[in-house]
Design a protein around this ligand. Structure first.
Ligand SMILES: Nc1nc2c(ncn2[C@@H]2O[C@H](COP(=O)(O)OP(=O)(O)O)[C@@H](O)[C@H]2O)c(=O)[nH]1
Ligand SMILES: [Mg+2]
Length: 298
């Protein structure tokens, strides 16, 4: 008789500086868009879970805000989320951008990982942006920096190397039971994905300070007897002038954000959605403990 392979399970954190492609990797691994992705840094503000289950394993991915030098109170929370995900994990994926190796905060991150005695896989992302011969020296330089379990070059957008990374993760995952039902994709509520989708469209349709000064709170999320879902969301900015820009001339900008968000929310929820959005000013909310709490960031 053949011996039954035992079930493997664990938490796998994706850590790295802003904009290296952490959320893109989560989505590629999940085959589903769970985390919002934009070309702007600091898109992700919370720890986002993605649960990937199979007959023989369950991986709970933790996508995190990038590790950065905090400039305001919201940043402190973002950094805390990143570091907590580091210590909570069974396995850490430390991701760097091959086209923009930025050592400024790297030593600090690797020291924290050493202190936490974490098992770490180095993921060198965006290899589609560099010439092939540039890769080996990068790998060699990282071999000296930390006792990584594996070092793997990938392109998360081209899904190059992603299945090999998947194999490495399974290989190093501890034995354990499934923690979640096999059909559950995340432990975050639907309304979180709704507010994130709206936030992504704000990031994509506005510029400068507006995306960073914006926060979204879903106030109502109601299924109507018809099966349609009614959602009302409040979009917060920090100043009256930002409200004017977010709304746009004759409401043009906010309308476009609403259209883009609704289409995607409908795909995600697989039903017709009525999306009601309003914009309100909450002065300096990113620096205010109580306001951050009200908005669900603490
Ligand atoms: N060329 C290229 N761009 C990528 C790759 N992975 C992510 N990106 C882009 O990098 C930007 C930041 O990605 P995101 O996943 O939000 O990074 P995060 O801040 O680390 O979560 C987005 O514009 C992505 O499309 C990759 O493998 N190659
Ligand atoms: Mg992200």
């Amino acid at each position: 008789m053949q011996e039954q392979a035992s079930f493997k399970s664990g938490y796998v954190s994706i850590i790295g500086e802003p904009n290296v492609g952490k959320s893109t990797l989560l989505n590629a691994m999940m085959g589903e868009k769970l985390a919002i992705v934009t070309p702007k840094p600091q898109t992700t503000r919370n720890r986002i879970t993605g649960i990937l289950s199979d007959d023989s394993y369950q991986i709970i991915f933790l996508d995190t805000p990038g590790v950065l030098t905090p400039k305001y109170r919201l940043h402190d929370e973002m950094l805390k989320a990143a570091y907590n995900a580091m210590t909570d994990a069974d396995l850490v994926l430390y991701m760097v951008d091959a086209s923009r190796l930025n050592a400024s905060i790297e030593e600090k991150i690797l020291n924290e990982l050493k202190k936490a005695a974490q098992q770490v896989i180095l993921v060198i992302n965006k290899i589609d942006l560099i010439p092939n011969p540039a890769l080996l020296p990068i790998i060699a330089s990282y071999q000296d920096k930390f006792p990584f379990l594996e070092l793997i070059p990938i392109s998360a957008t081209a899904e190059d190397g992603v299945s090999q990374l998947h194999e490495f993760i399974i290989k190093h995952l501890p034995e354990g039971p499934p923690y979640f039902p096999p059909d559950q994709l995340s432990d975050l509520p639907e309304r979180f994905f709704v507010s994130e989708t709206i936030r992504e469209k704000i990031f994509l349709r506005t510029s400068q300070e507006i995306p960073y000064a914006s926060g979204v709170v879903v106030e109502e999320f109601k299924a109507r007897p018809s099966g349609k879902i009614y959602i009302s969301a409040m979009l917060y900015v920090e100043r009256q002038s930002q409200k004017g820009i977010l709304v746009g001339k004759g409401g043009k900008t906010i309308k476009r954000i609403g259209q883009l968000a609704r289409t995607e929310i409908e795909q995600f929820l697989e039903t017709t959605v009525f999306l009601d959005m309003r914009v309100s000013v909450k002065p300096d909310w990113r620096r205010d403990e109580r306001k951050l709490r009200d908005m669900g960031y603490l």
